[in-house]
Design a protein around this ligand. Structure first.
Ligand code: ADE
Length: 431
């Protein structure tokens, strides 16, 4: 471990050159964020502000972090999952773009335990942030529970993921949220792309890296048909799998059916599935009794934010043996003699076993993150009172981000004629 107090704690600084090349690769695929970096590095809107983040330390996150810094912010960061940090990227972030030590404050390494996880978050809170940036809301919860006196100094925050936004809304409804938080997840250019195409592709990527099995012809069970589950199901279907969806919500089950997926309860799906992916945000989706009824050789993983969807405690209780058969793939021998394979110990398989969502989608998600923090700082500087609640980003921003994305993809779209603009608001027009 390489540790410099008040500056970084990372696994191995000698990995920094490899990490820097990964970051450069991501930069070349994140044109929207890079355009915002170019624009705002001139005006330095974050000068004098401290931004603390708790989000997967990937090459894409590094592009966001270095953009915040280029726009004037002092940044302190920790990872939001013990298994998602890329150690080469955290080393490169610690040493900075020129490798001379002018990096950001970063506390993150792969494979940390729960105590270290909170130690890292606490080191970033030591900075007394002006704004916080979360994926899963662990940083916000930690500030509120362990350092409540600091909430009054925080202008606001942002939250990246569905699970985090749900929890923060519950907290706000209870009157317990100490500062306003932008729901970045709820921007159209985030959830309609990152959650669907990002999760879809990166989950398959994680499964393949950890197992290298053939997807075609397999019974592929997806638990949850929200945006993430739908993305995974679509990609598995496209690769020739027979997709089965399990749901608790009638409308979601209906959508899955009309999208051509088979729908059944987990009790039945468990008996026929070859590959299982949970994407629900709920705990105990696959339990001891489900594992016991699975076919020999079934592969089971989770792509939801927290590692609560597979009940691995119950699996351990019905197992007689367990061993790592390859990276990110644990073989359990159950008391009935059958073997099942759990990927990435039930943590999000796309980040633990692969590299997370591709840079191209994180480009838009992180453009929204940058805009959320600009909005917080602008409101603060304008002396506006912001309610301590969960806020949506303005809709126009989605169109702006999508326009830049299309432009960088070399695509153009039509524009309404003047007559069409009038027609759009003409309620007297009929047949
Ligand atoms: N969440 C999912 N994929 C990610 C990535 N590549 N970087 C950061 N957060 C992510």
């Amino acid at each position: 471990m390489d540790h410099k107090e008040g500056q970084y704690k990372v696994a191995d600084l000698s990995l920094a050159d490899a990490g820097r090349m990964r970051i450069e690769w991501a930069e070349s695929r994140m044109p929207v964020l890079m355009k915002l970096r170019e624009e705002y590095s001139k005006t330095q809107p974050f000068k004098g502000y401290k931004i603390t983040g708790c989000l997967h330390v990937t090459k894409e996150t590094a592009v966001l972090i270095e953009t915040l810094k280029a726009c004037g912010a002092e940044v302190a960061w920790s990872g939001c999952n013990p298994l998602s940090t890329n150690d080469s990227v955290s080393a490169a972030l610690a040493l900075g773009p020129n490798g001379d030590g002018d990096g950001v404050e970063i506390y993150a390494w792969y494979g940390q335990d729960t105590e270290d996880f909170y130690w890292c978050i606490d080191r970033t809170i030591d900075k007394t942030p002006d704004t916080t940036l979360d994926d899963g809301a662990d940083l916000i919860f930690r500030v509120h529970s362990a350092f409540p006196e600091k909430t009054k100094d925080i202008i606001g925050g942002s939250e990246e993921t569905t699970t985090g936004v749900h929890r923060l809304r519950a907290m706000a409804e209870d009157g317990k949220l100490g500062y306003p938080v932008y729901a970045v997840n709820d921007a159209e250019t985030k959830w309609d792309f990152d959650n669907v195409y990002g999760t879809g592709q990166s989950t398959i990527d994680g499964i393949l890296r950890a197992s290298s099995v053939l997807i075609a012809g397999k019974n592929f069970v997806v638990a949850g048909y929200g945006h993430c589950g739908r993305g995974v199901a679509m990609r598995a279907k496209g690769m020739g799998a027979n997709v089965i969806v399990t749901e608790v919500k009638a409308t979601a089950a209906l959508k899955a059916t009309l999208d051509g997926m088979r729908v059944m309860p987990m009790e039945e799906a468990a008996k026929v599935g070859d590959i299982f992916v949970t994407a629900t945000g709920m705990k105990d989706i696959i339990r001891g009794e489900h594992f016991l009824s699975m076919k020999e050789g079934a592969i089971v993983c989770n792509t939801g934010h927290y590692d609560v969807e597979l009940n691995l405690q119950e699996l351990a209780e019905v197992s007689t043996d367990a061993r790592m058969i390859r990276d990110d793939n644990r073989e359990y021998t159950m008391e009935n003699g059958k073997k099942v394979y759990v990927l990435a110990d039930g943590r999000l398989v796309n980040l633990a076993a692969a590299e997370g969502h591709p840079s191209e989608v994180m480009d838009m998600s992180f453009a929204n993150q940058l805009q959320a923090h600009l909005a917080l700082i602008r409101s603060h500087e304008a002396g506006e009172e912001m309610e301590n609640t969960v806020l949506d980003l303005p809709e126009e921003l989605d169109q702006e981000i999508a326009e830049i994305k299309l432009e960088t993809m070399g695509l153009s779209i039509d524009k309404l004629t003047d007559e069409q603009v009038v027609y759009a608001t003409d309620y007297s027009a009929g047949t």
